[in-house]
Unconditional design. Structure first.
Length: 178
């Protein structure tokens, strides 16, 4: 009778360290993307945490062969745009939040701060008026994604990214009025 051999315990293929590694690796870009989109550090942090909570609920994305950065950026962009739509519906809240932000962060030069906020609002409104794909494309490219990452995040042909990005930039320039 052969002797029984004890099987060595195998490591969990999706150990908690995989989540921690993904979190620490991708947090800065996801948070920065959402901060640029919302201009509210607290809301950006909340939305970034929501992105990683959704990742935690889909552990298959941590397996080899998955395009985790593209998925994270896509989810972050969608959450950010949803937050902007909600803010647009709550115009009164936006005004109060802007006033509170000015009170808490008194700028050194009020005229420069007012100009910065005007440009920021104009850019947001211009992006909101564009086709969602074009706005996503511009936002993700501005976030530092490569053409390959843009293609993966937006489920597009990598060969078409240059032309689509050029068209989106032209559309933005056409719509943007400072």
């Amino acid at each position: 009778m052969p002797a029984k051999t004890r099987a060595e315990p195998q490591a969990d293929p999706l150990a908690p360290s995989d989540y921690e590694t993904a979190f620490h690796t991708h947090w800065p870009r996801i948070h920065a993307l959402l901060f640029r989109l919302t201009s509210d550090p607290d809301q950006a942090e909340d939305l970034a945490l929501e992105v990683f909570l959704r990742l935690h609920r889909q552990p298959r994305l941590l397996e080899p062969g998955q395009n985790l950065p593209a998925w994270l950026h896509r989810v972050a962009a969608n959450l950010g745009y949803n937050a902007l739509r909600a803010a647009r519906r709550r115009q009164k809240y936006e005004t109060e939040a802007g006033q509170m932000n000015l009170q808490q962060n008194s700028p050194l030069d009020p005229a420069r701060e007012a100009e910065r906020q005007h440009i920021q609002r104009t850019v947001r409104h211009t992006l909101a008026a564009m086709k969602p794909r074009d706005a996503h494309l511009l936002l993700l490219r501005h976030s530092g994604l490569s053409y390959a990452e843009l293609a993966a995040a937006l489920h597009l042909n990598p060969a078409s990214i240059g032309k689509l990005l050029s068209r989106a930039e032209k559309e933005f320039e056409k719509r943007y009025t400072p």
